[in-house]
Design a protein around this ligand. Structure first.
Ligand code: ADP
Ligand code: MG
Length: 544
């Protein structure tokens, strides 16, 4: 064994090191993710070298694996891989310079090779995260290239490191972390296992912890669609959502333009909000190259889509972005936009494929979509295609606006709705009566939210959505009505209308005669509806 050599970190590295160690990551536990990612990259590189130039690799038999062990007595955590390893020069270059990424360099060298997407690192900061938890870091490494020697790199992260030759080192890298007193929890098996499962469950090489296999689930979103069985989807969904039901729909979506996205979404068969179980948390996790960036990520889908479970993986997202940064990240918003559009389109397609199944789904999940119409104006047109209504045509909640439009009368160019407490009152309503006589379909809405929703929809395509009590509805009725011969004289009408306005000046702003045919003697039109008035009261309780 040769001499130990003391070297200092590059000047910038010294300056940044403590920033990385103290504040780059919101959660300390991510150092495990960073070291596993490096181990996985190292194995990916040796695999690549074996495929392209096996003669350069000294040992072609050692299996690809990542061995982790923790020891509560010794207060250590060890992460070992059988990857490409490092020569002495590589240790100096890769570990002595912050911001220098040997993996980034490797990516440049292999160009557009398909293996590219399997390399995680590229920023050259991840490694330093182990100084958040370790007071001393020892790294044994031996490069896979023929004739290489083993080396030990050792540092306390305070300005300098030692490198010495080491004997008995196998292909790859072994990192020993001597934990700081405030980080002893990372010597506990249960803690470490939970962290590996959280962040690195889908890493492509086997990971063992104290001899036991940890990552056993395939990352379905990265696989070929046709290679996945329905059972596997169900299993994966249950793993993601920690539930036992079978998802009603799933969407496996990948694209490379304008952004690289691999994703999988599931819609649960039921949701708990309808039982008043409180608001669901968002259910989509964000990954970059199979490594978790954020669980239950806010902002990757809009709030109202919180019932969707799934995974979004984009290699365009840097691994080391912090939670706070993700929130207002323009990239996330762009990804989100692509995904929402795709999910809505998928549901629309499904609604055509199996009508009964979709209507059932909408019956349960409709409130989320209504929330979407109200809160997310951007998608209102797409969402309004998915909503289902009860109408005068059918007592099921099964009519889409598209269907309504397809049944419209030739002279009709508006969609009509009525807000009533229930269907039988609706059918008897004097507002509905003239529509019924003309065979014009009317949406029956039973609660204030629905009226608010259709008001927000405003237009469906070029068709305006209006209340049967509106002036627009009145105009439609009058335009499409036969002349009557048994009308009152103008004088009789004038004197009656005069009496109405004089006796109720504070309630009636305007009275006029109509030839609209109804069985009631009088009708109120173009007033704010009773439901709207109740809603306004809720918003501004003091206003009359
Ligand atoms: P990044 O992974 O973004 O490149 P890191 O700071 O995590 O940055 O690592 C810096 C470099 O150190 C890597 O690019 C790689 O060249 C080298 N390295 C780190 N860990 C290992 C390892 N386990 N085996 C081989 N090389 C490694
Ligand atoms: Mg890294």
């Amino acid at each position: 064994v040769g001499l130990s050599e003391k070297l200092t970190f590059q000047t910038e590295t010294q300056k940044i090191l403590h920033i990385v160690a103290e504040s780059l990551y919101t959660e300390k536990e991510v150092f495990i993710r960073e070291l596993i990612s490096n181990a996985s990259d190292a194995i990916e590189k040796v695999r690549h070298l074996q495929l392209t130039d096996a003669s350069k690799v000294e040992d072609n038999v050692t299996p690809f694996e990542i061995k982790i062990s923790c020891d509560e007595d010794k207060k250590t955590l060890i992460i070992q891989d059988t990857g490409i390893g490092m020569t002495k020069e590589e240790m100096i270059k890769n570990l002595g310079n912050i911001g220098y990424s040997g993996s980034g360099e490797f990516l440049k060298q292999i160009g557009e090779n398909p293996d590219k997407a399997s390399i995680i690192g590229q920023f050259g900061v991840g490694f330093y995260s182990c100084f958040m938890v370790g007071h001393t870091i020892k790294i044994y490494s031996k490069s896979a290239t023929s004739g290489s020697k083993g080396y030990l790199w050792e540092s306390d992260g305070a300005g300098s490191y030692n490198i010495s030759e080491a004997s008995g080192v196998g292909r790859g890298t072994k990192i020993i972390i001597h934990l700081k007193p405030n980080a002893y929890e990372y010597s506990k098996k249960a803690t470490v296992e939970a962290i590996i499962k959280k962040y690195s469950n889908f890493v492509g090489f086997p990971i063992t912890l104290n001899g036991h296999a940890v990552n056993t689930i395939r990352p379905l979103w990265t696989l070929n669609k046709n290679s996945i069985t329905p059972q596997e989807h169900t299993q994966f969904y249950q793993y993601l959502s920690k539930s036992y039901d079978t998802p009603s729909y799933h969407l496996h979506f990948s694209t490379d333009t304008p952004l690289s996205i691999r994703s999988i979404f599931y819609i649960p068969s039921q949701h708990m909000e309808k039982y008043g179980m409180g608001r669901m948390e968002p259910g989509v996790s964000l990954f970059s190259r199979k490594v978790l960036i954020q669980q239950k990520a806010q902002g990757i889908l809009p709030e109202w889509m919180r019932f969707v479970r799934g995974v979004v993986d984009s290699e365009d997202i840097p691994l080391n972005v912090s939670r706070e940064h993700l929130q207002d990240n323009g990239l996330i918003q762009r990804i989100s936009s692509v995904l929402v559009k795709r999910i809505l389109k998928h549901l629309h397609d499904e609604s055509k494929k199996d009508v009964a199944k979709f209507n059932n789904f909408m019956n349960d999940f409709g409130p989320f979509f209504k929330e979407g119409i109200i809160s997310d104006f951007k998608w209102k047109d797409e969402i309004s295609k998915l909503l289902r209504f009860e109408t005068s045509h059918s007592s099921d909640t099964s009519t889409s606006l598209e269907e309504y439009v397809s049944r419209m009368k030739p002279n009709q160019n508006q969609i009509y709705y009525i807000t009533v407490p229930n269907r039988s009152i609706g059918l008897k309503s004097p507002y509905y009566e003239p529509f019924q006589m003309k065979g014009v379909e009317v949406l029956f809405l039973y609660n204030s939210i629905d009226e608010f929703v259709v008001t927000n929809i405003g237009h469906f395509g070029d068709k305006k959505v209006v209340s049967v009590e509106s002036k627009e509805a009145e105009e439609f009725l009058l335009e499409n009505q036969e002349k009557r011969t048994d009308a009152l004289s103008q004088q009789e009408i004038d004197s009656f209308l005069g009496w109405v306005t004089e006796t109720t000046p504070e309630k009636v702003s305007f009275a006029k005669s109509t030839t609209r045919s109804i069985s009631s003697p009088a009708i109120i039109v173009d007033h704010e509806s009773a439901t709207m008035r109740r809603m306004m009261k809720m918003i501004e309780p003091n206003k009359q």
